[in-house]
Design a protein around this ligand. Structure first.
Ligand SMILES: C[S@@+](CC[C@H](N)C(=O)[O-])C[C@H]1O[C@@H](n2cnc3c(N)ncnc32)[C@H](O)[C@@H]1O
Length: 392
């Protein structure tokens, strides 16, 4: 990771103040518990009715939701708290925004592409850090949000190019350079499949910083290479709303999963099965591998059972240790297999784990950026059945 630039960033936070980008009313969700914050744990802020509460929320580590369901659901306290409505725009957590910008490390004169304009705050910060708003282009899928962001930015005296469109499929070129490439690409919506077009639009030697794997994920900083690949490592834990074009299903709780296969039931055997606690509170390296290879990490549902789901298959471990797996995948067995392989491999931490994107494929790796983790883990002596074999 590059050395932090605390002074420049501190200046940017003063010159492009967050409050300019926050609407008079919103839903504030405090961060910092270590678990992904649920929208229901938030509170309503209204600048006119309770200015103190509004200012405290704006200048604390809160995500401030500004839109629900792409604007189809009115932003009200009741709707924001309802599990049936999904936030579709928010001013991100200031701590994560600053962490992401430190990894991005835009330098004066860099051309920056900011994906997910939202309120406009991060594109404003990028404009300040490059020293010229003409060097920044930002893409927003929602025209109403793009218009509001333009007004917010103008109040700070900033006019970066705002493009309305789906950044997963089509990107603008940078202005003023014959190759149209960007030095930095900054993403503030969560992605699982990284659109290769982001690599194509980045200059070799340039960086892409993105939240990898919603809903529970980590910041990922990729460096683009001359051969068209990009490699990098993971940083802070984060929770961002997914890129709209690949919105993930909400984690279904205890309700039934629709499936044609009969449920497989067994009792977890402490001698041969993984310790549920280790999977429930995975070390960062194991967490990244679970996210990439299984697609979820175990979590505790409302009834106290431990759950694991990819939206189709599901594993439920009841308090007594009774395991029920439904759907085409035996997700609990896959998670145990990843856990055992991670232990055999010497419990690698984030210093040994990274991510590679090429035009053909993308994968998480352990130690060697050229070898997908799914192979590296399987090749470890005493390998058990393949883990997530389709994911390499
Ligand atoms: C967490 S918000 C971004 C926060 C923003 N950077 C800020 O400073 O306020 C995510 C934004 O990404 C936008 N978005 C989601 N999918 C997108 C896509 N495929 N292309 C462009 N923008 C997208 C959403 O509409 C939303 O405004």
């Amino acid at each position: 990771m590059p050395p932090p630039q605390p002074d420049v960033l501190a200046d940017a936070l003063i010159r492009v103040p967050r409050h300019t980008f926050i609407p008079a009313q919103g839903w504030a969700v405090p961060q910092g518990s270590g678990t992904p914050p649920a929208a229901a744990s938030g509170y309503w802020i209204d600048q006119h009715r309770d200015p103190d509460r509004w200012w405290r929320a704006v200048y604390s580590d809160t995500v401030i939701v500004t839109q629900l369901d792409g604007g189809r659901t009115e932003l009200t306290p009741a709707n924001a708290a309802a599990p049936s409505s999904a936030p579709s725009c928010a001013a991100s957590s200031p701590l994560l925004v600053t962490a992401g910008l430190r990894h991005l490390a835009p330098r004066p004169g860099n051309r920056v592409l900011d994906i997910g304009t939202g309120t406009g705050w991060t594109s404003g910060l990028c404009a300040y850090l490059t020293g010229d708003d003409a060097l920044v282009t930002t893409v927003e899928i929602d025209p109403d949000l793009a218009r509001t962001a333009a007004g917010n930015l103008a109040r700070c005296g900033l006019r970066p190019a705002i493009v309305t469109g789906d950044a997963a499929s089509e990107l603008p070129s940078s202005d003023g350079e014959s190759d149209g490439l960007f030095d930095r690409v900054h993403v503030t919506c969560g992605v699982t499949d990284i659109p290769y077009v982001w690599v194509e639009h980045t200059r070799p030697g340039g960086h892409i910083v993105l939240p990898y794997n919603p809903p529970v994920g980590r910041l990922l900083r990729l460096t683009v290479h001359e051969d068209g690949s990009a490699t990098g490592r993971f940083g802070e834990e984060c929770s961002y709303m997914p890129l709209r074009s690949e919105r993930q299903p909400q984690r279904p709780d205890e309700g039934a999963t629709r499936t044609d296969t009969p449920p497989r039931v067994r009792s977890l055997d402490s001698a041969s099965d993984s310790d549920t606690e280790s999977l429930l509170h995975p070390a960062p390296g194991l967490q990244v591998l679970l996210a990439a290879l299984v697609g979820d990490e175990p979590w505790t549902g409302a009834s106290g059972s431990v759950l694991l789901t990819d939206g189709v298959s599901r594993a439920v471990v009841e308090n007594g240790g009774r395991l029920t797996q439904t759907g085409p995948r035996d997700l609990w067995d896959e998670a145990e297999s990843v856990h055992r392989a991670w232990i055999r491999r010497g419990r690698p931490g984030l210093d040994r784990i990274g991510f590679t994107v090429t035009p053909q494929r993308q994968y998480v790796w352990v130690d060697d950026p050229a070898v997908p983790a799914v192979r590296a883990l399987d090749e470890t002596p005493d390998a058990r059945p393949a883990v997530g074999a389709s994911l390499g």
